[in-house]
Design a protein around this ligand. Structure first.
Ligand SMILES: [Zn+2]
Length: 667
C-alpha cells in the first residue's frame, strides 16, 4: 500500500470507527459487534504504525491515553462557568417564574432537563475538532484535562454536519452506577478506600495524572449547553438537537415547558423515574429557552437570572439505632455498621446503614437507642445524617469505637493519615485469612476452578486450610470427607490446583494479596524486578524505581516481606513449584550494550512508539525509569515532552538525547 492509498484507507477507518463509537456510546444502538469493531481498530493501528505521518491527534486510536504525567495547566474560561442557584420546593420554583415575568413582557418557554450528578466540563471545538477540555475550577479558570477527556468515548474528537466553526459546549462527566460498583469492588480488593459516590469517583478520575488509567475507568458524558457567537439557532432546546447531530451525547429526557404547571409535572415525573436511570441525577435544571432573552436577563453576581436548579430531596426516614456491629475485611480494615429498626426508604427496606469509620461515629455522638435520620443521597448505601437529641434517653449508652478486633481480639491500630482502624493480625484473624484465600483462588488470581467461598469456609472450619500454601497440601480424602463434596468435584479442585502451577509470576504475585499490590502494580513489579528473590530483597529506593510504584506501595511491600510468616509462606509455595520469576526466552538481537543504565523515555517520537523504545532499552539490558533523579543516565526526549521534566534534566545535568542517538548507543 502506498502513502496515498493508506491515507484514503485511514480516513475511511477513522470515519467508520467514529460513527460506530457514536452509535454505541451516545445512542446505545450498536450496529456491529465488538469483534468487528476491534478488527477495524487493529487495522487502523497497524496502518498508523506503518505510516506515522498519517497519524492524527483526533484519530480514534488516540483514546487509549498515555502514561505521561500531566501537570494540569490552569486555563481561563472564555465565558464564566457560574453555578446555578438551588431551590428545593415548588414554591421557590414558582417565585423564580414570577421574578422573570416581572422582568420581561415577552412570551417565552422553559426547558427542563435532568441535572446529572457528576463533574462539570467545558469543551472547546475549532473547525470540528476538540481542542480543549477544562474543568469548572473556580468558575473563572479551571484545569486543562484534555488528555483525560479524550479517553471518554461518548465525547467526539471530530464533529460531523453543520457545526459552527468555533464554539464551546458544556456538560457533565459521570460514572455510571454499574462501572462505579465494579470500580469500588476492585478498590476494596486491593485494600484501597472505596469512593463514597459516583460523583467523587468521576471527579477523582478526571484528575488522575495518568490518562491510560482514566481510559480504563469508562467515564461517560452528557452535554447540555452550547455557547458561542453565530450559533445556528436562538433556542437552547433547538441547539441541543443540533449538537446531537454533530455527534454529542445529549439527554433524551429534556423537555420544553410552556407553563409552571408543566414544569411541576416534569419535576414530579422525574423524582420517580430517575431511579431507573443508569447514572446519578440530583435534580432538574429549568432554563429560559430563548438565548436572546437569556442575554437580556443577564446575571446576578453569583448566577444567571434565567436558570435555576431544583434539587430532588434526598429521601430521609426516621428510625431507631439498635446496635453497632463491626465488619473485618480481607485487609483487616474494620468498618462499623449501624443496625436499625427496619424502615422503608426509597422503595427498599433498610436495616443497616454505613458509618464509614470512627470519626463518623464520634461526630454524630451516637448513643444506643437513639432516634436517627437516615438518608440515601448520592450514596448507594444509606447513611445516618443526624440524631434527634430530643428523643434521647438520659441513661443511654454512648457508642465507643471498639479497641479490639471482634473476630480475633487483637488490639486495633490506626495508621497515620488514615481514618480506618485495622486489625494487624494478618496471619491469625479468620475473616482476613478467609479473605486472602478467596482472593488467591479468584479468576484474576490463581483461577482455581471448583473452589468457591463456601468450600473455603468449610475447609477453614474443619481446620484443613489456614493459608494459601495449605491448599496445595489437600488430599483427595481431605476433600471427599467434606459435606456435599463428591469425587468429581474433588478431582476438579485438585486438577485446577495442579494447573495453577503454570500461572505466570505476575499473577502469582497479585494472588498473594499484599496491600496496594493490585493487578497492574503486580505486573509492573514482576516485569521490573523479574523474581520474588529480587522483590523481597529490594530496598525502598529500588522498589520506587519501578514504574508506577510510589512510597506507599513500596512500604507495604517491604512490611509484607519483613514478616517471618510471609517468608515461610513463600518458601512453601516455592516448594510447590509455583512460578516465582519471569521466565525469559532468549530474544533476537539481545545485547548488554545498555546494561546498568537508567533511562527515561518521555514525549512522542517519530519512528517508534514510547512502548517500542522501552522494549528496545530492555532488549539491550537497560532499565526504564519513570522519574528523573541524579541516578538517571539518559533522557530520551520526544516531541511534547513536559517542560518540567526537561528543566529537571537540565538542572541535574542529565544528557538529553534523541531516539536516533539511543540507537547509536547500541551499535
Ligand atoms: Zn482480627
Amino acid at each position: 500500500m502506498n502513502q496515498q492509498e493508506a491515507a484514503l484507507r485511514i480516513a475511511y477507518l477513522c470515519e467508520e470507527l467514529d460513527r460506530h463509537n457514536y452509535k454505541y456510546y451516545s445512542l446505545n444502538q450498536p450496529e456491529i459487534d465488538d469483534y468487528t469493531f476491534d478488527q477495524l481498530m487493529n487495522e487502523l493501528i497497524a496502518l498508523e504504525q506503518s505510516f506515522p505521518d498519517l497519524l492524527h491527534e483526533t484519530s480514534p486510536t488516540q483514546r487509549v491515553g498515555n502514561d505521561i504525567n500531566q501537570d494540569f495547566k490552569q486555563v481561563a474560561h472564555k465565558y464564566q462557568m457560574l453555578s446555578l442557584s438551588n431551590t428545593y420546593t415548588e414554591e421557590e420554583v414558582a417565585d423564580f417564574d414570577q421574578r422573570i415575568r416581572k422582568l420581561t413582557d415577552e412570551n417565552f418557554e422553559y426547558v427542563c432537563e435532568l441535572k446529572f450528578d457528576g463533574t462539570s466540563i467545558s469543551l472547546t471545538y475549532e473547525n470540528g475538532k476538540l481542542v480543549r477540555a477544562v474543568t469548572r475550577g473556580d468558575g473563572e479558570k479551571g484545569d486543562d484535562v484534555t488528555a483525560n477527556v479524550k479517553t471518554i468515548k461518548s465525547i467526539p474528537l471530530r464533529l460531523h454536519g453543520d457545526y459552527p466553526k468555533e464554539f464551546e459546549i458544556r456538560g457533565e462527566i459521570v460514572l455510571p452506577f454499574s462501572v462505579f460498583e465494579n470500580l469500588n469492588r476492585e478498590r476494596e480488593e486491593i485494600g484501597e478506600q472505596p469512593f463514597a459516590n459516583p460523583r467523587n469517583a468521576a471527579s477523582g478520575t478526571l484528575k488522575l495524572q495518568n490518562s491510560s488509567i482514566v481510559a480504563t475507568r469508562k467515564l461517560d458524558a452528557y452535554l447540555y449547553h452550547v455557547l458561542g457567537n453565530n450559533l445556528p439557532e436562538d433556542g437552547h432546546y433547538a441547539l441541543l438537537q443540533h449538537a446531537a447531530t454533530w455527534g454529542f451525547k445529549t439527554s433524551e429526557h429534556t423537555r420544553k415547558c410552556k407553563s409552571i404547571e408543566e414544569i411541576f409535572d416534569f419535576l414530579k415525573e422525574w423524582n420517580v423515574r430517575r431511579k431507573d436511570l443508569p447514572v446519578a441525577t440530583d435534580g432538574v435544571v429549568i432554563k429560559i429557552d430563548s438565548i436572546n432573552l437569556q442575554q437580556e436577563l443577564g446575571f446576578t453576581a453569583k448566577s444567571p437570572r434565567w436558570a435555576i436548579a431544583y434539587k430532588f430531596k434526598a429521601e430521609q426516614e426516621r428510625t431507631i439505632l439498635h446496635a453497632v456491629s463491626y465488619q473485618v475485611g480481607r485487609t483487616g480494615a474494620v468498618t462499623p455498621v449501624a443496625n436499625l429498626e427496619p424502615v422503608l426508604l426509597s422503595g427498599t427496606v433498610v436495616r443497616r446503614a454505613t458509618l464509614h469509620n470512627s470519626d463518623v461515629i464520634a461526630n454524630l455522638d451516637l448513643h444506643l437507642g437513639d432516634t436517627v435520620f437516615i438518608e440515601k443521597g448520592g450514596e448507594i448505601i444509606p447513611k445516618i445524617i443526624r440524631v434527634d437529641l430530643s428523643e434521647r434517653h438520659p441513661m443511654s449508652e454512648k457508642v465507643d469505637f471498639i479497641t479490639h478486633c471482634p473476630e480475633c481480639n487483637t488490639e486495633l491500630i490506626k495508621q497515620e493519615g488514615e481514618s480506618a482502624f485495622y486489625c494487624p493480625n494478618e496471619t491469625g484473624c479468620p475473616p482476613q485469612l478467609k479473605g486472602k484465600l478467596e482472593h488467591f483462588i479468584g479468576r484474576k488470581s490463581m483461577d482455581i476452578d471448583g473452589l468457591g467461598s463456601e468450600t473455603i469456609d468449610l475447609l477453614f472450619q474443619n481446620g484443613l486450610v489456614q493459608n494459601v500454601a495449605d491448599l496445595y497440601d489437600l488430599s483427595f480424602n481431605d476433600l471427599t470427607n467434606l459435606d456435599r463434596m463428591g469425587e468429581k468435584s474433588a478431582n476438579r479442585i485438585l486438577e485446577s490446583l495442579e494447573t495453577s502451577r503454570s500461572v505466570p509470576f505476575e499473577r502469582v504475585l497479585f494472588s498473594l494479596g499484599i496491600r496496594f499490590v493490585g493487578e497492574t502494580v503486580a505486573k509492573k513489579l514482576a516485569r521490573g524486578l523479574k523474581s520474588i528473590v529480587k522483590i523481597s530483597s529490594a530496598s525502598l529506593e529500588e522498589l520506587i524505581a519501578v514504574d508506577e510504584i510510589g512510597t506507599k506501595i513500596a512500604e507495604s511491600i517491604l512490611n509484607w516481606f519483613k514478616e517471618l510468616k510471609n517468608q515461610n509462606l513463600i518458601e512453601r509455595l516455592k516448594a510447590q513449584h509455583l512460578n516465582f520469576e519471569i521466565i525469559e526466552q532468549f530474544k533476537e538481537g539481545q545485547t548488554e550494550k545498555l546494561a546498568g543504565l537508567s533511562i527515561i523515555v518521555s514525549g512522542t517520537f517519530e519512528k517508534f512508539s514510547r512502548e517500542e523504545l522501552k522494549n528496545f532499552i530492555e532488549l539491550h539490558g537497560g532499565k526504564n525509569v519513570s522519574s528523573i533523579s541524579t541516578k538517571t543516565d539518559y533522557l530520551i526526549a520526544g516531541e511534547n515532552i513536559g517542560p518540567s521534566k526537561l528543566e529537571k534534566a537540565e538542572k541535574l545535568k542529565i544528557p538529553i538525547i534523541s531516539e536516533d542517538q539511543l540507537i547509536q548507543l547500541t551499535e
